[in-house]
Design a protein around this ligand. Structure first.
Ligand code: F3S
Ligand code: F3S
Ligand code: ZN
Length: 104
């Protein structure tokens, strides 16, 4: 199952990371939550496939190391989600549906 498209209703903001919101629950390193509001990436689903990173025409997604996470030791981070031009490439290319893009 992919990212919950209603995560903003169903989860609570528990902090920020690199200028974007983080939605819990977070129990590092096992549960890492969702990073981003506009370009939201579920770090508990991301398995480091990596397709989203070169797919983004404005290169706003970056690797973030997550040592000890049972799914993968690095995650795609929507580092500069404010630059998104809503091409939807990242959402479409992710093989595990970890990404949900929502125009503000
Ligand atoms: Fe992760 Fe999907 Fe990107 S698995 S690295 S969010 S393509
Ligand atoms: Fe990039 Fe995805 Fe936005 S590919 S432009 S972050 S919709
Ligand atoms: Zn982040």
């Amino acid at each position: 199952m992919g990212i919950d498209p209603d995560f903003k209703k169903n989860r609570q903001k528990v902090g920020t990371h690199s200028g974007h919101d983080v939605y819990g629950p977070v129990e590092s390193p096992n549960k890492l939550g969702i990073h981003g509001s506009v370009v939201a990436i579920d770090w508990d689903i991301c398995n480091a496939d990596g397709s989203c990173i070169p797919a983004c025409p404005v290169s706003l997604i970056e690797w973030n190391d997550t040592p000890g996470n049972p799914v993968s030791a690095r995650k795609a981070d929507p580092a500069r989600e404010g630059d998104c031009i809503f091409c939807m490439a990242c959402q479409n290319v992710c093989p595990v549906q970890a990404i949900k893009v929502t125009a503000p």
